[in-house]
Design a protein around this ligand. Structure first.
Ligand code: HEC
Length: 131
């Protein structure tokens, strides 16, 4: 009787441990995938002119709908003014692919924009913000 209970306990504990290991492995993989994508995007050769188009038209909703940016002719007070924030290209890329900004996850930019489009808009902002 005692042994049977112990065996059940060991089996349950093993099942929990295996499950936790699987969840952890999946989580590490997803986190690494996002980090890799950020680096791939930051390694691309950006087209600054196209970045302006992504900002104003290609991204849906347009970045301009929420963020003011003088160069883009964008005026909105729904989120931070990028001329004031002056984010690096890395910060912008991470805000789209690495889940650092919840409002962006809700827009599905990570799926809808290509790596090249994300590179273009991130470098465009880095280049023109605050100037
Ligand atoms: C629906 C509104 C909305 C849209 C559209 C939007 N953003 Fe944002 N964005 C936010 C909010 C909310 C935050 C977080 C608070 C803040 O910085 O204003 C944010 C934060 C940011 C930040 C700062 C990230 C950080 O880590 O501090 C950058 C850069 C940015 N957005 C760029 C963009 C770009 C590029 C696009 C278009 C691809 C875009 N946003 C579209 C709402 C939006």
């Amino acid at each position: 009787m005692r042994h049977a209970l112990t065996r059940k306990f060991v089996m349950a504990a093993t099942a929990v441990a295996v499950f936790a290991a699987i969840v952890f492995a999946v989580w590490v993989n997803v986190a690494n995938g996002e980090r890799d994508r950020t680096d791939v995007i930051l390694g691309l050769d950006p087209d600054i002119g196209n970045g302006r188009a992504v900002y104003n038209e290609i991204a849906r909703p347009a970045c301009a709908a929420c963020h003011s940016l003088v160069d883009a002719g964008a005026v909105s007070d729904r989120a931070s003014d990028l001329d004031v924030l002056r984010p690096s290209a890395r910060v912008t890329v991470e805000s789209i692919v690495a889940g650092t900004i919840r409002a962006h996850d809700a827009q599905d930019y990570a799926d809808e924009l290509t790596d090249q489009q994300i590179a273009d808009v991130a470098h465009y902002i880095e280049e023109v913000a605050g100037r």
